[in-house]
Design a protein around this ligand. Structure first.
Ligand code: VG1
Ligand code: CO
Length: 548
């Protein structure tokens, strides 16, 4: 028997100055990541800031996009050289973001690396990304990402093992130096967790009746999960999942589950003989869009309706300790929380801010307007979980999606809501627009625009109620006396220029006024948003790129 010797190489490197993680990890063009040492520098920065990881277990996987498999081989060799004990890798390199969170928690791992740029397009000319999640299964908090960035700015060397590539397609154990690599089924652990939350028997009886659903995996990571859970386990017909094979370039599409990018699903649900229920998920499986027959549920309403109906789902049958939403998310859930007598927390954008609240059992359901909903079953937002939550509600209530939403509005009032994105604007133009707004803050209170009067306006700052950490400059809020709001913030996930997001919300209690088209209902606020920020003049754009 020959004894293999493994050579740990210490490679000299120089820092890149742009490895600052954004709202959700480090996202850059694939070409940026392919530069010599670019990925290696950042991975070493993770190991040095998240540690000590020596001898411990971490989880590794991604959404299957271009460069996923290559990056996994590099990270495995670096993990071995850095003394990590075991790495659990999703078969074929596939693990959705929620599945990674589940596996980290289930096996008490020290953390996990997720290779994804979520909804950003993939392929050789698209984007790549890397996120680190800590032992609670959630995105690394700001103090950890700040430490990563600090190390990346002064890094001088990284460690990597000279070794053969690992066969990531074969389930089972392999050795890389003295490290164990365990290739695991991408779906099994996650599916088992979901079975413990929902009434699968009841959902199966719904999906094997004349009820029809379609699920659009957008050629991204949720394909295998959708096939296994909705079709194999819950008995939905084999054509239920659309675009169910993860492709490196997502078939050239933009894996963002909204009315614009999930257009094929939208056509089916708004077409002739439409199914009862439709849903889509994003690149890495943490977002969801919920549709009824010819009916769109806004993510903010979805969170409110889930909260109001939570006791219909076995895992939440005793009620919720509390809920949380990101600041730009509509206040629909606040009204439900008030009625239930439970707290509702308002956090900055990004799932990492929900982690402490869930760990401390202060919030059980959380949501963001950007098609993200989740609960304390893991520490990430979870697309398939949200779809099952709706299916569970539908199976119990035996009403249509539209009826459930309309009854909800009747009871709580309707929060008309929309987000207008101006994508890839020159960064300095967006910065000056935000500064222009900031300059006006002291003078906004009391200003009137027709029936709207500004009650307060500020630059949102959040103090974490658990650890006291403060996150400032999280978006400009303009709140009107009737509860309507305009929020302005810059995206932290884009890779080209800056993306300005404008969030518009108007509350309507009177149910005879619940049938307006959303943009129409928000018309006056849209004008005020432009008047305050002079968007057209400052961005040189006459309309948003995407309206959701
Ligand atoms: C966007 C969304 C935010 C979400 C983040 C990551 O961030 O607005 O709500 O948490 O994406 O989601 P930003 O900074 O671009 O607005 V995902 O599914 O892309 O990991
Ligand atoms: Co995502």
């Amino acid at each position: 028997m020959s004894i293999k010797t493994f050579n740990v190489r210490t490679v000299a490197t120089t820092p890149f100055n742009d490895q600052k993680p954004g709202t959700s990890g480090l996202r850059k063009a694939v070409k940026t990541f392919q530069q010599p040492n670019y990925l290696e520098n950042f991975v070493q920065s993770i190991f040095d800031s998240a540690g000590p990881l020596a001898g411990k277990t971490i989880v590794l996987g991604g959404d299957g996009r271009f460069y996923n498999r290559e990056a996994i081989q590099i990270i495995l060799k670096m993990a071995a050289a850095n003394g990590i004990g075991t790495v659990k890798v999703g078969q074929h390199g596939i693990l959705s973001t929620p599945a990674t969170s589940c596996v980290i928690r289930k096996y008490k791992s020290a953390g996990g690396i997720i290779l994804s740029a979520s909804h950003n397009p993939g392929g050789a000319n698209g984007d790549f990304g890397i996120k680190y999640n800590t032992e609670n299964g959630g995105p690394a908090p700001e103090k950890v990402t700040e430490a990563m960035f600090a190390i990346s700015k002064s890094i001088k060397e990284y460690k990597i093992l000279d070794a053969d590539d690992v066969d990531i397609d074969k389930i089972g154990r392999q050795e890389v130096g003295s490290m164990t690599v365990e290739i695991i089924d991408s779906v099994a652990d996650y599916q088992e967790l979901l079975e413990s939350i929902f009434d699968f028997k009841l959902i199966k009886s719904l999906l094997t009746s004349d009820f029809r659903m379609r699920f659009d995996a957008m050629n991204a990571v949720t394909g295998p999960y959708g096939h296994s859970i909705f079709e194999k386990r819950l008995g939905a017909p084999p054509d239920t999942v659309m675009y169910g094979t993860p492709l490196v370039d997502f078939g050239g599409g933009h894996p963002d589950p909204n009315l614009v990018y999930a257009h094929d699903l939208v056509e089916v649900l708004f077409g002739a003989n439409a199914p009862d229920f439709g849903a889509a998920s994003d690149g890495d499986g943490d977002r969801n869009m919920i549709l009824g027959r010819k009916f769109f549920v806004t993510p903010s309403d979805s969170l409110a309706i889930m909260t109001a109906n939570a006791t219909l789902v076995p895992a939440y049958k005793n009620g919720l300790s509390g809920v949380a939403r990101s600041m730009p998310t509509s206040c629909a859930v606040d009204r439900v929380a008030t009625k239930l007598g439970i707290p509702c927390y308002e956090t900055p954008t990004g799932w990492k801010f929900f982690g402490n609240l869930m760990d401390a059992d202060k919030a059980a359901l959380c949501g963001e307007e950007s098609f993200g909903t989740g609960s304390n079953h893991i520490r990430e937002k979870d697309g398939i979980w949200a779809v099952l939550f709706w299916l569970n509600i539908l199976a119990v209530r035996k009403e249509s999606v539209e009826d459930i939403v309309r009854k909800h509005w009747k009871e709580y009032g309707r929060n008309y809501y929309s987000r207008h994105d101006y994508e890839e604007v020159e960064s300095d133009k967006c910065e000056s627009l935000m500064q222009h707004l900031r300059n006006q803050l002291p003078t906004l209170k009391g200003r009137k625009f027709g029936k709207y009067e500004i009650a307060t306006a500020d630059d949102f700052s959040y103090t974490d109620p658990i650890d006291g950490s403060v996150s400032s400059n999280q978006g400009i809020r303009v709140i009107f006396t009737d509860g309507s709001r305009i929020v302005y913030r810059l995206s932290g996930t884009g890779t080209h220029g800056a993306t300005l997001r404008i969030y518009l919300e108007s509350y309507e209690a009177d149910d005879s006024q619940h049938d307006h088209e959303t943009q129409e209902a928000l018309g006056a606020l849209i004008k005020i948003a432009d008047e305050l920020a002079t968007i057209k003049a400052l961005t040189d754009r006459d309309r948003p790129t995407v309206i959701t």
